[in-house]
Design a protein around this ligand. Structure first.
Ligand code: HEM
Length: 409
């Protein structure tokens, strides 16, 4: 079964509407163990799978990769495409992917994140100070959910936060599925050019940040010897910048929204704030429920491959609905509902396999610190009534703004 295939254009990847639920068609698909046609961000036809086991297969089976994806429409030739993919982990297969990812894993371990915690606490507290000082009501997205992860990833990478207006806008545009391909390609080129200036600066004077570390430790070696060139560095840093703020920010905003709408869940979350392990479980449930990356990046089958009950011939483009997979009844009952008291169940909010989110340990720490500080600071935080604008046309699901209020002292 599938979504109405008579429409001129198959639905775009996100497949969410208002709220957090996957579109009803996607849920129906999962229950019927079906697939449906979708359109990728660059306009190619692909097939969507919606079950948890199928999502893991699409992300975990080496039969599916990125480098054999057809060229996007337009003037690009294969060489230009290779250049554009340089450093983009989410566009690379082994061995390039393995080489670049290996350079970074040590920087994103749980232990490394532990060392970052005090700085993240300060960033979170500063944002809350400013929000409190400006007074109720506030927009939780603009005043807290976006600036916190954005500033953290900037400091980690060595990107000047003062440049945020430019790169935040470009990051948001890159992820919009309703933008014509040519416009998105232009935005990506601009983002890479911006990063290239930071790489050049690091070449002259490498700092203690991630870009500086990559230049110092890998910048003068050939790829065969575990090195990275400047094009790759710009692509990698750009990916980290984009991946590092929109995602976490939407879990903060949408997670807070869900908690504010449900006093039982809010009370259970507040009861967990003093206990790192309990709060960690709350965060896992919020990640599962919110699933800000609605669908994984499309992959292409290198040869004929079977996913669950579906057969995909070589060359098929396949993508997985991560938000639907995370509510698969095969994982447990009542998964359409948020229940922060449940024993965490496995989820694919961070993907799965070799491309499993590199920043997951960082995101988990940021989310714990952000929810703890926000809820402690404002014991009576509440939603301001009014319609919410969801970002449907985005691979990453979120709200444009989240007006909140609290009683001023
Ligand atoms: C990959 C989700 C935060 C960096 C991914 C993927 C998902 C994901 C689903 C895999 C996509 C696919 O395979 O198609 C999330 C969520 C986050 C989050 C839900 C926050 C709650 C971060 C942060 C960083 C980051 C903070 C920055 C350090 C990356 C990178 C990849 C990735 C570099 C590509 C990894 C690879 O290809 O090997 N993320 N992410 N993410 N994420 Fe995250």
């Amino acid at each position: 079964m599938g979504i109405d295939q008579t429409t001129e254009r198959a639905p775009r990847l996100g497949l969410r509407r208002d709220g957090l639920d996957p579109a009803p068609e996607v849920t129906a698909l999962r229950e019927a163990d079906g697939t449906c046609p979708v359109t990728t961000l660059v306009g190619h036809a692909a097939t969507l799978v919606a079950g948890f086991a199928d999502a893991r297969t699409v992300h975990g089976d080496p039969a599916f990769g990125f480098e054999g994806l057809p060229l996007p429409p337009g003037e690009l030739d294969a060489d230009e495409m290779v250049r554009r993919r340089a450093g983009m982990l989410l566009a690379l297969d082994p061995p390039h992917h393995t080489r670049l990812r290996r350079m970074l894993t040590g920087r994103f371990t749980v232990r490394a994140m532990k060392e970052l915690e005090p700085r993240i606490v300060t960033i979170v507290d500063d944002a809350l100070d400013a929000m409190e000082k400006a007074g109720s009501p506030a927009d939780l997205v603009a005043d807290f959910a976006l600036p916190v992860p954005s500033l953290v990833i900037c400091e980690l990478l060595g990107v000047p936060y003062a440049d945020r207006d430019g790169f935040q806008e470009r990051a948001a545009l890159t992820l919009r599925s309703d933008l014509p391909f040519a416009r998105r390609a232009q935005v990506i080129t601009e983002s890479r050019a911006y990063m290239a200036t930071l790489v050049e600066r690091a070449r002259r004077d490498p700092g203690d940040d991630l870009i500086g570390m990559l230049v110092r430790e890998h910048g003068d070696r050939p790829a065969a010897d575990g090195g990275i060139d400047d094009d790759e560095l710009a692509g990698l840093a750009n990916l980290l910048l984009v991946a590092g703020h929109e995602t976490t920010s939407n879990v903060i905003a949408l997670g807070t929204l869900e908690l504010l709408r449900d006093p039982v869940q809010m009370a259970a979350t507040r009861a967990a704030l003093d206990d790192d392990a309990a709060l960690g479980r709350v965060v896992e449930e919020l990640l599962r429920h919110v699933s800000p990356v609605s669908a994984g990046f499309p992959r292409v089958a290198a040869h004929d491959v079977v996913v669950g009950t579906h057969e995909f011939p070589a060359g098929s483009l396949v993508t997985a609905s991560l938000c639907a997979a995370n509510r698969d009844p095969a994982l447990g009952e009542g998964l359409d509902h948020l229940d922060v008291r449940r024993t965490p169940i496995p989820h694919v909010a961070f993907g799965y396999g070799i491309h499993h989110c590199l920043g997951a340990p960082l995101a988990r720490v940021e989310l714990r610190i952000a929810f703890r500080a926000l809820l402690r600071r404002f014991p009576d935080l509440a939603l301001v009534d009014g319609p919410l604008e969801y970002r449907h046309e985005n691979l990453i699901h979120g709200v444009e703004a989240l007006p909140v209020r609290w009683a001023t002292p």
